[in-house]
Design a protein around this ligand. Structure first.
Ligand code: UN1
Length: 479
């Protein structure tokens, strides 16, 4: 029996039904779950913006403690809902149950972190150059923020935008991905029950139309987007044209350098985790494994061995290490990219042939002996596909790493402190990992990248304040 979930928008504190236009099925077992959702219109966004703007005044008027309490309540609700939420994520997006549990806990902790941040909206005070006067700098809410979020972290990414937005006194119009809308709706229920003014967070479902309307709406002061580079470019154009505040997190072709002096077990764990866990569907995934030639052969053998110990299969099973891609469309895209890499003449060191049926699984693949002209180095592949880049030495490795338009995360496996130090200063990426996988970030530290990967202020941690507040400089004289 297929379970059918029919979803509604959530605007001004109420569920708003609309006719079903889109569907997402369990990518591992299509007969298990059918999520049916409406295509939000520009009118829906307009109603949501009006609700948000009305709620925002009440939200800030309620004070910081009320906001902090509400965020802490959502955190507790998510912890209580951990198992059902994680299972829904696994069924809807194909993320493994283990990852989905960790992600739900991460989302709860992000709410707790920003509950604290709501109480820490500190400013600055200067002596004025005008005698007797003083200058005060305050952080005030931006107003109404538009959030457009992807399916690959269907709860953590929405939460790391919604939580700081609320903590700093902003109302939200949110368009989650059409691929993870049931997860979004479940999160929305917890947010709606937290005691915030109705309309503080509004959720408009759908694919393109609602997202475009959010980027264009004059009533939305700031837009934060995580997703593909192509969509990001459109968001940037529309929001910039109306001088809106903008934050973009897009793709990466992240590199992991493995030096001959690395602990091989650690290097293999980093590579396998970064390239293949979450079926490679993370913007922080490793796609370029840059290895010193002297150890390349041993490294490939060890990766092959490690992969044999992993379980690929049903995301609902807690023992599964790697699940499917999120839907047949993703599979088609990855298949076309793999075909293009093969057409370059690249040799496969690891991995088999791709099945052409409806099954959304893709086996982990490693192409050997590539250089940065390969598609793997130029385009993000949102799948368990990586390339091995053989280099002479550390200098050559760093040069290869930095030869990219992107710069989200980068890794180095070494036992040399000297090389680690050079890497921290010389690698061009927003997040650097030494003896750790390129994916997997903490929620209390800044997140973001360089080049074509990101645009605007960093997300997460204390750095999030920059995007979600405006500065007010007041000059005051006793008169
Ligand atoms: C992580 O690596 O823990 O879409 C987070 C993504 C990133 C998040 C990565 N924005 O994959």
């Amino acid at each position: 029996m297929t379970e059918v979930l029919t979803l509604a928008h959530h605007i001004a504190g109420r569920d708003v039904d609309a006719s079903v236009a889109l569907e997402q099925r369990n990518p591992h077992a299509p007969d298990d779950l059918s999520v049916q959702l409406p295509e939000g219109s520009a009118d829906d966004v307009d109603t949501a913006v009006a609700a948000a703007r009305a709620a925002q005044r009440t939200l800030t008027g309620g004070g910081i403690e009320a906001r902090a309490d509400a965020l802490a309540r959502i955190a507790r609700a998510l912890v209580i809902d951990l198992e059902p939420m994680a299972m829904l994520i696994a069924r809807e997006t194909g993320k493994t149950l283990r990852d989905a549990r960790m992600e739900t806990m991460r989302a709860a902790r992000i709410f707790d972190f920003f509950a604290g941040e709501a109480l820490r909206i500190v400013g600055e005070r200067y002596e004025s150059t005008r005698n007797g006067a003083m200058v005060e700098v305050m952080h005030v809410p931006v107003g109404t923020v538009g959030l457009i979020t992807p399916w690959n972290f269907p709860i953590a990414i929405p939460v790391w935008k919604i939580a700081p937005a609320l903590a700093f006194g902003n109302a939200v119009v949110w368009k989650p991905s059409e691929v993870s809308s049931a997860t979004a709706a479940r999160l929305m229920r917890h947010i709606a029950a937290a005691g915030l003014p109705a309309g503080s967070v509004n959720m408009v479902l759908g694919a393109g139309t609602a997202g475009t309307a959010i980027t264009a709406h004059e009533g939305i002061e700031a837009v934060s987007f995580t997703g593909s580079e192509a969509t990001g470019a459109r968001v940037r154009q529309t929001v910039s044209a109306r001088n809106g505040r903008l934050q973009l997190e897009m793709g990466g072709v992240n590199g992991l350098i493995v030096l001959a002096d690395a602990n091989l077990d650690i290097a293999v764990d980093c590579a396998v985790n970064g390239a293949y866990f979450a079926a490679g569907q993370r913007c922080t995934a490793t796609s370029r494994i840059i290895v010193e030639d002297a150890v390349a052969g041993r490294f490939i053998g060890a990766v092959r061995q490690k992969l044999q110990t992993l379980r690929i299969g049903d995301p609902r099973d807690a023992a599964t290490d790697i699940g499917p891609l999120a839907n047949p469309r993703q599979k088609q895209r990855v298949t076309a990219q793999v075909d293009a890499v093969r057409a370059e003449g690249a040799a496969l060191a690891i991995g088999g042939t791709l099945s052409q049926d409806d099954d959304c699984h893709v086996p982990p693949m490693l192409f050997d002996d590539l250089d940065n002209r390969s598609l793997i180095a130029r385009e993000e592949i949102f799948g368990p596909v990586a390339g091995l880049f053989r280099v002479r030495d550390f200098e050559h490795a760093l040069e290869t790493l930095n030869d990219s338009r992107y710069g989200l995360s980068a890794g180095l496996c070494t036992s040399s402190l000297r090389h680690a130090e050079t890497f921290k200063r010389g690698a061009r990426a927003g997040m650097l990992m030494v003896n750790l996988p390129t994916a997997g970030v903490d929620y209390h530290a800044p997140f973001g990248g360089e080049g074509a990967s990101s645009h605007g202020p960093r997300e997460q941690g204390r750095a999030a304040r920059a995007f979600y507040t405006s500065l007010r400089t007041t000059y005051q004289h006793p008169g």
